[in-house]
Write a protein that binds this ligand. Structure first.
Ligand SMILES: NC(=O)c1ccc[n+]([C@@H]2O[C@H](COP(=O)([O-])OP(=O)(O)OC[C@H]3O[C@@H](n4cnc5c(N)ncnc54)[C@H](O)[C@@H]3O)[C@@H](O)[C@H]2O)c1
Length: 303
């Protein structure tokens, strides 16, 4: 008995890396998986049939899967992807938004295309499949069906939550995905659909592109024993969030890196000063901000 027996899942960007790990894990837990991948380069160029590789792996392990080659950031393409899952497998329960690209550059060297394409694939590529799936579940709900099995699992990154040198486009998109998760979780709450966000890690081609990190890209199925760089280490968390066991968990940002699963607390109120019902004078802020807000620490300098 698997945790996801009888479920149908879409995993985007699942031809390689972290997405492949998720697709294999969901299939291992009994889900039928529509493996989406555009087959693009790390920079988001070109197309290919890379989704077939993961479908073959799932089938060779006795699971059920089919391929989808749509661009997840294309609204019509994402709608076709959702329709394909329903047409092929008769239902849709789970969408894992994982597809991503990287075009790292400092803010002074970043081109408009670097900015637009990274924001597009990550942020719009999370919006479009989510909207298509939620529209489907809403229709079913209006027709009287219980859709509380619906699950959206998005993908942020540690870099998106705390910032990272040379990744203004990527980190802005990844922080945006965390905010998107929280908002959409509120909007679909009444349907019982949950929306959560994971922060994975692993030795994928994306991680291998970090200058000086010394990481060699490897696929999750190449790891035979526990290794903190295995790109599939967040996949059990994805399978659990996708299951009926996690129906009470929504709007959460959870990192799964190495051997840890960490709930991210996010923005919360910190040191506060108050001048009851009066406007501040800029000149009075120097002493108060330094003493009571920053406690004489220099803020913001982490490097
Ligand atoms: N590798 C890490 O350490 C790490 C850390 C934090 C977050 N992440 C996130 O995990 C996710 C997966 O990254 P990865 O490291 O496995 O990268 P990867 O490059 O190995 O895999 C990404 C896949 O997405 C596909 N893709 C790209 N654009 C697409 C599009 N428009 N439509 C459909 N598919 C598309 C690519 O073809 C590729 O197969 C990304 O969202 C990434 O930001 C990765």
């Amino acid at each position: 008995m698997g945790l996801l027996d009888g479920k149908v899942a879409i995993v985007t960007g699942a031809g390689h890396g972290i997405g492949r790990g998720h697709a294999l894990e969901l299939a291992k837990e009994g889900a039928t998986v529509l493996v989406n991948d555009l087959g693009a380069t790390l920079a988001g160029e070109g197309t290919g049939r890379d989704a077939d590789l993961t479908v073959d792996l799932i089938e060779s392990r006795g699971g059920a899967a089919a391929a989808n080659y749509e661009d997840v950031a294309d609204v019509e393409g994402a709608a076709r992807m959702v329709a394909q899952a329903i047409e092929l497998f008769g239902r849709l329960d789970i969408v894992v938004n994982n597809a991503g690209i990287a075009r790292d550059a400092t803010i002074w060297g970043m081109t408009e295309a670097d900015w637009d394409s990274v924001i597009r694939v990550h942020l719009k590529g999370t919006f479009a499949p989510t909207q298509a799936a939620v529209r489907h579940w809403r229709e079913l709900s209006k027709a009287g069906e219980d859709v509380s099995r619906g699950r959206i699992i998005n993908t942020t990154s540690g870099a998106g939550l705390v910032g990272n040198f040379g990744q203004a486009n990527y980190t802005a998109a990844k922080a945006g995905i965390a905010a998107f998760t929280q908002t959409v979780s509120l909007e679909v709450f009444k349907l019982g659909v949950t929306v959560n966000c994971i922060g994975p890690a692993g030795a994928t081609r994306m991680a291998a592109s970090i200058p000086g990190a010394g990481i060699v890209a490897q696929e999750p199925d190449e790891f035979t024993e526990w290794d903190r760089m295995d790109p599939s280490l967040a996949s059990p968390l994805v399978a659990w969030l996708a299951s009926e066991k996690a129906g009470h968990v929504t709007g959460q940002i959870i990192r799964a890196v190495g051997d840890e699963i960490v709930l991210m607390d996010g923005w919360s109120k910190g040191n506060t000063i108050r001048k009851p019902s009066q406007r501040w004078e800029a000149s009075e802020l120097t002493a108060l901000m330094n003493a009571d807000i920053f406690h004489s620490r220099a803020p913001g300098l982490r490097y």
